[in-house]
Design a protein around this ligand. Structure first.
Ligand SMILES: [Zn+2]
Length: 218
């Protein structure tokens, strides 16, 4: 409460460059970040599975994701989730999928304890604020505490993530005929997403794809 009142008077500096900022980030960084946005996302999807990335995992966007994830600048994540939602609507997906269940790629409870928050959940939450979709954070759950994927080759990533997911209590609460979209911060080889997809498909759930803030190959 006090923080909320204070924030009306004291605007925090831009988390990326420490300049004063009227919004979450300063105009200069906004411009730089927007230059990372992909113009053509269609090249990433295949006919049966949608991959909707907002931008290139490079330069400023990479820095923004790191500041959000590791320096815990949650506002940054909310902003990226909002931009992802806006891009989703601008591309017309909101007209095709009027209702949808949105699920963040989950963290293992141990990792959640260390990091303090799940970055994908924060992105998904603000994505849902923009799109009006339903957020479910306990449908896909992490049952295996996997190694960080950074530095692993594609085969190692696949082995690492194998059997990492299960279904949580939201499975009994969702409308099972409604399409499902996964949300993540970075898409690399797709090993994580494929593993999540496997668990949902086994239960005949309609997983249509993943929307992600960034993609490493572009
Ligand atoms: Zn800035």
């Amino acid at each position: 409460m006090l923080n909320n009142i204070l924030s009306l008077f004291v605007k925090p500096n831009c988390p990326l460059c420490q300049r004063t900022a009227k919004q979450i980030i300063c105009q200069y960084c906004e411009q730089k970040l927007r230059s990372c946005q992909l113009i053509d996302y269609k090249q990433f999807s295949d006919p049966n599975f949608l991959l909707f990335p907002w931008g290139k995992y490079d330069s400023y966007l990479k820095q923004a994701i790191a500041s959000f994830k590791f320096d815990r600048k949650k506002d940054m994540g909310e902003l990226l989730g909002m931009w992802l939602g806006e891009a989703w609507l601008e591309c017309g997906w909101g007209k095709i999928y009027k209702k949808m269940t949105v699920i963040p790629i989950p963290l293992h409870p141990e990792k959640l304890k260390t990091r303090g928050f799940n970055q994908a959940e924060l992105i998904a939450s603000s994505f849902c604020d923009v799109t009006g979709y339903q957020l479910k954070t306990n449908l896909l759950i992490r049952v295996k505490n996997t190694e960080a994927m950074f530095g692993l080759n594609p085969q190692q990533r696949k082995t690492n993530i194998n059997e990492a997911f299960g279904l949580g209590k939201d499975y009994h609460k969702i409308n099972k005929s409604q399409p499902i979209l996964m949300i993540d911060d970075i898409y690399t080889t797709g090993a994580t997403v494929n593993e999540g997809k496997k668990v949902l498909t086994q239960k005949n759930l309609k997983i249509i794809g993943v929307a992600t803030v960034s993609v490493t190959k572009f």
